[in-house]
Design a binder for this molecule. Structure first.
Ligand code: FNR
Length: 371
């Protein structure tokens, strides 16, 4: 933890507002519609309360969590953020986030949308396991190529994002036509892909515009449950379905052989008018009933939020915007600082609440309260 850097989210965001170029800040900070879902994601933690236990030896805590057979130091991971590459001044933010993963042991779920190829990103993550998030392209050969590259590179799971085959209604970005991809950013995984390059008349280095247009034309495959066997057939890796919000969908995911259910509303960037992600979690966890892991993200802004998510049934808890802000403030070190603050607060909360393990947190649960 670096003394000059903020230890709370509000100050972190303020500092990031000053540090980030306006178009990037708008893209990261914004959500869809009037951003009601996004605001709810963060504010809904207020109506979950936890009750401490005394006379329990919580002097030593074990926050370790399982990632498909690998022990992680904590349940925290970095969610895929498609503009991570742009969050550092050198435009290698994906590598910086991966370095922060290497330093802290907090895994990075690397987005398909990146400024550096997925092979380089995982190399920067060192010994910390990494996950690959797939935006499934319409071209199935291209989808297969991305998945196989991720498997060959050593990623531990394919996280398939289901809610973003088309971009949500984001007024802040629409007003300024603020989509970095359309300016040719964060497309390194495509431009480096042999199958993608075969779709082009001329390589991206020679005709970037045409390459971007091809990317846009092939971006979003509408997936249905019937596609799950196809996804399965592409890889031996665990498949995690990101963006599930309805308990019946969780059941279908289990029936279809998914390896984890990832509860998320994309940080309120895709569909407005929704329920806070944390409020979705209890019903989702009840539906899954421990058969496969439940991953979760949305509105995590503090260590307390992480503990609440575990109490409400999450096996792994993702944080998004805060680590982008950390990258903007101080690159890999800034990102690691943000992660360490989140974990330190979670650890301390468990200490004072008499919960030495995540199992104890889960047993304690959280109660819905007023305000
Ligand atoms: C995202 N998210 C996202 N999700 C994904 O599956 N692939 C992606 O490339 C992106 N890109 C992206 C960009 C930006 C700027 C943001 C803020 C978010 C969604 C992300 O993985 C996660 O679901 C939310 O960010 C979690 O919410 P919080 O922690 O930001 O509130």
């Amino acid at each position: 933890i670096v003394p000059e850097w903020p230890v709370d989210f509000a100050t972190l965001e303020q500092r990031a507002e000053a540090a980030m170029p306006p178009s990037l800040l708008t893209y990261v900070q914004g959500g869809c519609g009037d951003e009601l879902t996004q605001r709810r994601n963060a504010s809904a933690y207020a109506h979950w309360g936890m009750v401490p236990r005394m006379m329990v030896d919580s002097a030593q805590r074990d926050l370790s969590a399982d990632l498909f057979g690998t022990r992680l130091a904590s349940p925290l991971f970095m969610t895929p953020i498609g503009v991570t590459g742009l969050c550092t001044a050198d435009s290698h933010g994906d590598l910086a986030a991966a370095q922060a993963a290497a330093e802290t042991g907090v895994p990075l779920c690397a987005s398909t949308l990146a400024n550096d190829p997925l092979e380089d990103v995982i190399t920067a993550a060192g010994d910390t396991p990494a996950l690959f998030q797939l935006y499934t392209p319409r071209d199935r050969e291209l989808a297969a190529s991305l998945v196989r590259r991720a498997e060959a590179a050593g990623y531990r799971a394919i996280v398939v994002t289901l809610d973003t085959w088309v971009t949500g209604w984001r007024p802040r970005d629409l007003n300024t036509a603020n989509f970095p991809q359309l300016r040719g950013h964060v497309l390194a995984n495509y431009f480096s892909d042999p199958v993608f390059r075969r779709l082009l008349a001329r390589p991206p280095e020679e005709d970037r515009r045409a390459a971007v247009m091809t990317w846009a034309a092939t971006f979003g495959q509408v997936l249905t449950w019937g596609d799950l066997p196809w996804l399965r057939s592409l890889t031996e890796l665990p498949i995690v379905l990101k963006g599930l919000c309805h308990p019946d969908d969780a059941l279908r995911a289990i029936d279809g052989g998914a390896d984890a259910v990832y509860v998320s509303n994309h940080g309120g960037r895709q569909a407005n008018g929704g329920i806070a992600a944390i409020d979705l979690l209890p019903d989702m966890a009840a539906a899954v009933a421990g058969r496969i892991p439940v991953w979760f993200d949305g509105g995590v802004r503090s260590g307390t939020d992480i503990v609440k998510a575990v109490a409400l049934g999450a096996d792994l808890v993702g944080v998004g915007r805060p680590y982008s802000y950390g990258l903007a403030l101080g690159g890999a070190a800034g990102c690691a600082h943000v992660l360490r603050c989140l974990l330190a607060e979670a650890d301390l909360l468990m200490a004072v609440n008499g919960w030495p393990t995540l199992a104890a947190v889960r047993d304690a649960g959280a109660r819905r309260v007023e305000g």
